[in-house]
Design a protein around this ligand. Structure first.
Ligand code: F6R
Length: 243
């Protein structure tokens, strides 16, 4: 695991964007795994800038998002599909048909999850996966005690995550969907490279446990210690509890 500590999230995100850009230059048809939430927004802004100002070409890129809430239509203002369209896809030259987000409205959720796994395999596997981290150490929506062998499946959000995400639902926890579809930890570990971003003091404890603690399913992100090519981009605040 390589730890990259920068003064602030902007500088860290620019460094992470350079890793993504290098991959796309070297492999124009790269397969990239993406995350939502507040953390990757600066990364996506920088990728948009690189596209607009430096011609970074996404025309052959394929993407797979980590997760989606169950029961939200793609056009719902808090669906992760809409988040990705508005914060990245509509601003770069990616083909919409090459972008994949789990289907939160699927009638047969297990079949839809299996198809998502198969689509990743058919695309050649994920070259680079972007990750955030929850304050409880979750990656994707793989909450504490998720199996390290897990694949794309339905999960129940913990009370902590529902509380954390209520800020996107008018601070009303009852509006936060309680179920989601998420890539599994096994799916994430199959990516050839993982880049995790974490900014701010409320991530410091999870970052310290991920980087320096034991590898344990109670801290899902800690499995990245066993990944052959994992980079963790953090700011000073998120680094504040490292030894
Ligand atoms: C989102 C995802 C989640 C978030 C995590 C942190 O696709 O996979 O694991 O990365 O909940 O969220 P933020 O960045 O909003 O603090």
């Amino acid at each position: 695991m390589e730890l990259i500590i920068k003064d602030n999230g902007q500088v860290a995100s620019e460094a992470a964007a350079r890793v993504v850009a290098r991959l796309v230059h070297e492999k124009p048809n790269a397969v990239i795994g993406l995350a939502t939430g507040s953390t990757p927004l600066m990364l996506y802004r920088e990728l948009i800038r690189l596209h607009k100002e430096e011609g970074l070409d996404f025309s052959q890129v394929t993407t797979f998002n980590l997760d989606e809430y169950i029961g939200l239509l793609p056009e719902h203002e808090q669906s992760y599909r809409r988040f990705m369209n508005e914060n990245l896809f509509e601003h770069i030259n990616i083909k919409m048909e090459n972008t994949h987000v789990p289907d939160g409205m699927a009638e047969d959720v297990p079949a839809s999850c299996a198809a998502y796994e198969q689509a990743i395999v058919d695309a050649g596997g994920i070259d680079l996966q972007v990750l955030g981290i929850g304050s409880d150490g979750h990656v994707g929506f793989n909450e504490p005690t998720s199996s390290f062998a897990s694949r794309t499946r339905i999960k129940t959000l913990t009370r902590q995550t529902v509380a954390d995400n209520a800020r996107f639902f008018e601070n009303d926890e009852s509006r936060v969907p309680h179920h989601c579809i998420t890539m599994g930890i096994g799916t994430i570990m199959d990516a050839r490279m993982n880049i995790m971003l974490a900014f701010g003091e409320n991530k410091a404890e999870a970052v310290a446990a991920t980087v320096e603690g034991p590898v344990a399913s109670i801290m899902p992100a800690s499995i990245l210690q066993h990944h052959a090519n994992a980079k963790v981009f953090i700011d000073e605040a998120a680094a504040s509890q490292l030894k």
